[in-house]
Design a binder for this molecule. Structure first.
Ligand SMILES: Nc1ncnc2c1ncn2[C@@H]1O[C@H](COP(=O)(O)OP(=O)(O)O)[C@@H](O)[C@H]1O
Ligand SMILES: [Mg+2]
Length: 359
């Protein structure tokens, strides 16, 4: 078939940014829904969280009561929404879903809470982004199953207490550190989700391939898993791109070479670095001799917004030991030089105050 690499890449260019982004966008949510584990038994990895949560739910079931409030924290794409749905499923209780940004007024929350039935599960995604007054209302609801609904304004305003049937709040946050202490303390159980190991991601890829009807050949799942940044959402996304490639170019079978060729085409390298990640390291090493260089300068040099460099590329690069944040700026580690196939300067930046390198 006459197909040019750059044509295929151009057609997908709008998707490029999101290929290794940990967040899901609109279309992706529908696909994700089909791939979500429905019960704790189906969840791959996170064994400690699974055991602990399993116990919390089982104990609540035996007592015939709504389980304690649960806080799920961790980076995007690791399974917070999935676990919230599993809690409702395992408790056989209806789930109501809202998010911090959607609750701008305490009244929004009062409306939701007053409509809850006994034992229901309320999932508040991005709970750290809720407004302050709503947060305060939530404390009371969580602890006393009661809210004060304020009627009217000014001196004539009156608070009408409203009882709420016992429910379970499941909060999810990517930034547990941003949650005010009093809110955090009202969760009976907090689960912190960790990045997944390659063998766990491989199991997830196999499971998803089964559900999507993708044929995996030798090494295919492992190759995708290795490039997924420890994140199931990315693993599932890369699987779909590799499936496209296999279908168009390789009779549909996802072998290791097919996965490699597909992901090389999409510029996701063998460690999961994408074009932006590599550009950052490249500029840092080649143009700034390994740093230290300020993040704003780095952003200008790669032609990106500072926020994009800081929030999209850096966390992954730091976590994988390619880049270090120092008070004087960003520096490339020996691993970064090695990954780019470059020889690090003899004296690495940060070792002394003034270090000069040959260009
Ligand atoms: N432990 C897991 N086992 C299998 N699939 C998972 C697991 N965790 C997440 N996934 C998959 O990854 C995708 C993203 O998970 P999600 O729960 O939406 O992440 P979060 O809410 O933390 O951003 C879902 O489609 C789900 O199928
Ligand atoms: Mg989510």
């Amino acid at each position: 078939m006459a197909f040019h690499e750059d044509e295929l890449a151009a057609a997908e260019d709008t998707h490029f940014r999101s290929l290794t982004a940990a967040e899901a966008d609109g279309d992706e949510r529908a696909v994700e829904a089909a791939l979500r584990p429905r019960s704790l038994d189906e969840v791959v990895g996170q064994s400690r969280v699974r055991d602990q949560l399993g116990l919390v739910l089982e104990a609540a079931r035996q007592r015939g009561r709504a389980p304690d409030h649960v806080l799920l924290s961790g980076p995007p794409g690791l399974g917070k929404t999935t676990l919230a749905m599993i809690i409702s499923h395992e408790m056989n209780a209806p789930l109501r879903i809202t998010s911090g940004p959607a609750i701008t007024h305490a009244g929004d929350l009062a409306a939701i809470l007053s409509g809850m039935n006994e034992g229901e599960v309320l999932f508040v995604d991005e709970i750290h982004r809720m407004s302050r007054p709503a947060e305060e209302m939530l404390y009371m609801a969580m602890e006393d199953f009661r809210v004060d609904v304020v009627i009217g304004k000014g001196p004539g305003a009156t608070a009408i207490p409203l009882e709420i049937p016992p429910f379970t709040l499941v909060g999810a946050t990517t930034r547990a550190g941003l949650l005010p202490g009093p809110l955090r303390d009202r969760f009976g159980f907090t689960a912190h989700l960790e990045f997944y190991e390659p063998d766990e991601l491989e199991l997830i890829v196999r499971r998803s391939a089964g559900l999507l009807g993708v044929d995996l050949g030798p090494g295919g799942a492992a190759e995708i898993a290795g490039r997924s940044r420890g994140t199931p959402r990315i693993a599932n996304r890369l699987l779909r791109r590799v499936r496209d490639y296999a279908q168009v170019r390789a009779d549909g079978l996802v072998t290791r070479p097919v996965a490699q060729a597909a992901l090389d085409l999409y510029e996701v390298d063998e460690l999961g670095l994408d074009r932006l990640d590599r550009a950052v390291l490249d500029v840092l090493c080649r143009r700034f001799g390994g740093g230290p260089v300020g993040v704003s300068t780095l952003a200008v040099a790669v032609g990106e917004e500072r926020e994009t460099v800081e929030e999209v590329a850096e966390p992954f690069l730091v976590r994988n030991g390619f880049l270090a944040r120092t008070p004087r700026g960003r520096i490339a580690t020996p691993a970064a030089w090695a990954h780019l196939g470059l020889t690090p300067p003899r004296q690495l930046p940060g070792a002394t105050d003034v270090t000069l390198f040959e260009a």
